[in-house]
Design a protein around this ligand. Structure first.
Ligand SMILES: C[S@@+](CC[C@H](N)C(=O)[O-])C[C@H]1O[C@@H](n2cnc3c(N)ncnc32)[C@H](O)[C@@H]1O
Length: 258
């Protein structure tokens, strides 16, 4: 039987920014106190080391959709840089502020960043743009606020594994019974809300890999490298049910220069 996430078949594209922001405000405690601690192995083992390496030596870094500041705090500590954490959710920024450790905070929409051209040496958008309607505006703005040849790291839930209606299929007909990950309608762009846990709905914009790559190029970025990491060893140790899908990428990480 399929173990699909539940989706709300709302016309998600018509839910305006204020509603989306309110949703993130409402989910902030869950994100900070439940999701981040649970996903920490993905951050510690996979995401953060790549960010540290790529953004080494970049003095001013913008953390676009920085949420409760996990990435900003890490970059300040490891790379000794200045970090500005930008998010439209006041609750997320308050959670980040409560943790201290140095980032500056700015409330703004990723599609309209209140900074001058070329203000930053580096930028990161970690697990953000798959939740954002305004992809073109967000990438144009990321490119605009970066200096020439500044580094941009885009981290996404891999659009293949995150395709709507994908999920574990338990095949009891096979001998022995097996389990695999169904990839659903990958090529169809979809705007939807997913109930990731009981009562926690997140907005998702499903787009293909080519959509992201071509949008980055259109915004003026030069793509340098792509990573498609699977779940980390420590995530699998804690969540052994995912060991059967280690050959499917968990994340998509795109390294670019402006
Ligand atoms: C999944 S969380 C990721 C947070 C952080 N980057 C991290 O990796 O811990 C997505 C964040 O993006 C923010 N966000 C979503 N849409 C946004 C928008 N249009 N403008 C600004 N922030 C947005 C949400 O408020 C939320 O804090």
């Amino acid at each position: 039987m399929a173990n699909f996430p539940i989706r709300m078949e709302l016309l998600a594209a018509h839910v305006v920014d204020d509603d989306r922001r309110a949703l993130w405000d409402r989910n902030s405690q869950w994100w900070t106190n439940e999701y981040i601690p649970r996903a920490d192995s993905d951050y510690q083992d996979v995401i953060l080391p790549i960010l540290k390496d790529v953004l080494q030596g970049q003095e001013k870094v913008i953390d676009i959709g920085g949420g409760e500041g996990r990435v900003s705090r890490y970059l300040i500590e490891e790379n000794d840089c200045e970090a500005v954490c930008v998010d439209f959710s006041v609750s997320q920024l308050c959670a980040a502020h409560a943790k201290g450790q140095g980032p500056s905070f700015v409330q703004a929409n990723v599609g309209s960043l209140p900074f001058r051209d070329g203000a930053f040496d580096g930028a990161v958008a970690c697990l953000v743009l798959e939740h954002v309607l305004e992809l073109t505006e967000a990438l144009d703005e990321a490119n605009r606020v970066l200096r020439a040849e500044g580094k941009f790291v885009l981290v996404l839930n891999h659009p293949v594994i995150q395709t709507p209606d994908s999920g574990f299929i338990h095949d009891h007909v096979a001998d022995p019974p097996t389990k695999y990950w169904r990839i659903s309608e990958y090529l169809i762009e979809t705007s939807y809300f997913e109930e990731v846990e009981k009562g926690i709905f997140l907005p998702y914009e499903h787009r293909s890999l080519s959509k992201y790559i071509n949008s980055l190029v259109d915004a003026g970025f030069t793509i340098q490298r792509l990573y498609e990491p699977s779940h980390s060893d420590s995530f699998i140790a804690k969540n052994p049910e995912f060991s059967s899908i280690r050959s499917i990428p968990r994340l998509l990480i795109i390294i670019c220069t402006s």
